[in-house]
Design a protein around this ligand. Structure first.
Ligand code: AHR
Length: 501
């Protein structure tokens, strides 16, 4: 045996948890060119092909990802958003200043109806985040009524007068965002008390049961999780279904971020090591959740995650526009494997954010659109959605530089409804090829198909060269007569295999 060969055992007899499709969710905020330009170009636009104002190219690309859920309207924006300003005739909609993101004028031309039309076109489920920071209980309660009540009431009459007779399906509802920071700078006890009031009046109408999400911790703020869970309603109360977790992978620091392009090896290792920190965060917050919720009724909802770098030179610092390289693809692939491996607790996750902002899957410039390396990882991994996480064990090595050390390989395996194994493998080493010997238990692979996303650590797509990094077919897989497979992973690569009997 090749001495550098690593063994990977996948046990099809050990089905661990369902990988909820919402783990592959996304997030779109009123931030920079994410909503306006990126997703929505206006119903009267004659330059960019659209349907009811939504860009056709962007919607088609998102449909290919089978986006399961989209979070909106923020983010920090959510806690200064007043939904009634974003309904009714567009000329009469109240304007506001988007104080968080560039101080630009928000004309509210994209509001509730437009968001739900976007979800309809993408084919995803909506996750709406309500305003606790500067909104009232009545305002939130009426939004839920406007969205989901199927009967005659002041809100449903208002909805009908705006062209929507039927209620929408809005399964997920967030009660405040980052209430420990931009959402009100609250302490956990105070927030938990507010949560109790707001959530009480987010009614379940008919058979429409809201999955209600409380504002959980910022990264490693374990005290917030502890205090919050102590003060929130019990997991079986029906008042709370999940708590959020926000964690951004930021080489450097929040105050002094590093660039998305033109980075060195050290910054690469720092970024991947920091991405791996997600595993520790989920483990430790789960340990606290287990004290209050041993039956795992509450979901951990990682509704903001991704790489956050310095903005591209010459762009508005408040718009957070950043490029995306193979480094981001590795971060996405490692992180999604971590979420899969914690599928017993992670019920949803939302990449921040969809278009033209931090770790986006798509970038646009006028009528042009480019798919980022991160997009291509989501394209590969979509086969994990709704699968059963399988028990597995992988031999590994540690790589990195200085204080930033991390596992060279990352993986997860799932079994789909047709009995196929889907296996995602990451080789984060920028230099070394790695060979894996795959030993499936109680499974004889007859059919194997595989794809790869690979390139130099800073390889990326531009509007001039949109296909430098993309999903390609992969054939470096050898089958032995005993049912084992040998897979040779290129440096800096994400390989996705589907095995059938
Ligand atoms: O995603 C950008 C911002 O990051 C969000 O608005 C906020 O919730 C977080 O701090």
């Amino acid at each position: 045996m090749d001495i550098s060969m690593k063994r990977l055992v996948i046990n099809t007899l050990e089905k661990k948890a369902k990988i909820h499709r919402e783990i592959y969710g996304h997030f779109a905020e009123h931030l920079g060119r994410c909503i306006y330009e990126g997703l929505f170009v206006g119903e009267d636009n004659t330059m960019i092909p659209h349907t009811n104002g939504m860009r056709n190219d962007v919607v088609a690309a998102l449909r290919d990802l089978r986006v399961p859920v989209l979070r909106w309207p923020g983010g920090c924006f959510a806690d200064e958003y007043h939904w009634k300003d974003g309904i009714g005739p567009k000329q009469q909609r109240k304007k506001m200043i988007n104080t968080h993101w560039g101080g630009v004028l928000e004309d509210n031309s994209f509001g509730t109806h437009e968001f739900l039309e976007l979800c309809r076109q993408i084919g995803c489920r909506p996750y709406i985040n309500g305003n606790v920071g500067s909104g009232t209980v009545q305002e939130m309660s009426e939004w839920v009524e406007y969205l989901t009540f199927d009967g005659t009431s002041p809100m449903t009459q208002l909805r009908a007068s705006n062209g929507q007779e039927q209620p929408w399906d809005v399964p997920f509802f967030g009660v405040g965002n980052e209430s420990w920071g931009c959402g009100g700078n609250l302490r956990p006890q105070a927030y938990a008390d507010l949560y109790r009031r707001y959530a009480t009046y987010c009614r379940n109408y008919g058979d429409k049961t809201l999955y209600k999400i409380a504002c959980g911790p910022n990264a490693n703020d374990y005290a917030w999780t502890q205090e919050l869970l102590k003060a929130l309603p019990a997991p079986d109360s029906g008042l709370v279904n999940g708590i959020s977790l926000h964690y951004y992978t930021t080489p450097g620091s929040f105050a002094q971020k590093k660039p998305a392009l033109g980075f060195d090896r050290a910054a690469y290792h720092e970024t991947i090591a920091k991405a791996w920190y997600m595993d520790t965060l989920i483990q430790r917050h789960s340990d606290i959740m287990n004290q209050y919720d041993p039956d795992r009724r509450l979901g951990l909802i990682v509704d903001e995650w991704g790489c956050w770098y310095e903005v591209e030179p010459g762009t508005n610092p408040g718009f957070l526009y950043q490029q995306n390289t193979m480094r981001d693809a590795i971060v996405a692939a490692v992180t999604l494997n971590i979420f899969n491996q914690h599928a017993d607790r992670v019920r949803m996750a939302n990449l921040a954010q969809m278009v033209n902002v931090p770790q986006s899957v798509l970038l646009t410039e006028g009528p042009r659109m480019v798919k980022t390396p991160t997009y291509h990882v989501f394209l590969q991994y979509k086969e994990h959605m709704d699968g059963q996480l399988l028990g597995s064990y992988l031999e590994n090595s540690t790589i990195g530089e200085g204080e930033y050390l991390y596992p060279q390989l990352s993986h997860s395996a799932s079994l789909d409804a047709e009995g196929r194994i889907h296996l995602s493998l990451v080789n984060a080493s920028p230099d070394c090829t790695e060979t894996i010997q795959l030993l499936p238990v109680a499974f004889s692979p007859a059919g194997v198909s595989a794809t790869v996303v690979t390139g130099a650590i800073d390889a990326h797509n531009t509007f001039e060269t949109p296909d430098r990094v993309r999903v390609e077919s992969f054939d470096d897989v050898q089958r032995a007569g005993d049912g084992t497979l040998t897979i040779t992973l290129p440096p800096c690569s994400v390989v996705f295999l589907t095995l059938s009997e």
